[in-house]
Design a binder for this molecule. Sequence first.
Ligand code: 5GP
Length: 179
Amino acid sequence: MEETIQIKDLYFKKLLSKEVIRKRVKGIAKRIDKDYCGKNPILLLTLKGAIIFAADLMREMEIPTQIETIIAKSYGMKIASEGKVEVIENPVNLKGKDIIIIEDIVDTGYTMQSLMNRLQSFEPNSIEICTLLFKPKNLVVPLQVKYIGFEIEPLFVVGYGLDYAEEGRNLRDIYIKID
Ligand code: 5GP
């Protein structure tokens, strides 16, 4: 029988197993290794959702990298994006650097658009987005996402770093909301 889990008032079923995620993360790491061969990109990890993805991705990569963090908040206790994004500045010098934003999920795209605009002002050499999950049907802004782990339906997901009201981040698989 299909495993159903409950977090607070919501029910979820398994969408992506840890084995499937691991394989995909390895594949993305290999691509980044190839694309950034000879470079030393900054992996700019968006807190908190991307911590597990970024940790696994880094460990699969072979090129030298630097990791930095940034806080990009949009949901709070809700499960639907309102297009309001609060980006908390990161102090490191990004001028002339190759930045890869490591994101857990791109939904409407507002968070990444807002972050990209903010980062441009630091005059980096390049900026690309690497997201584990992408909901193409919800995207409302033009956004180039170079590395995508999985395209998923526009439903709320938890696990592997993604939370519902701060719960569920430690789940090793990814779960999707059911009615
Ligand atoms: P966007 O600005 O693209 O609409 O939303 C991006 C942010 O919203 C993500 O970084 C993530 O924090 C949150 N988010 C979007 N969809 C989901 C989801 O299905 N589950 C969880 N836990 N967070 C989500």
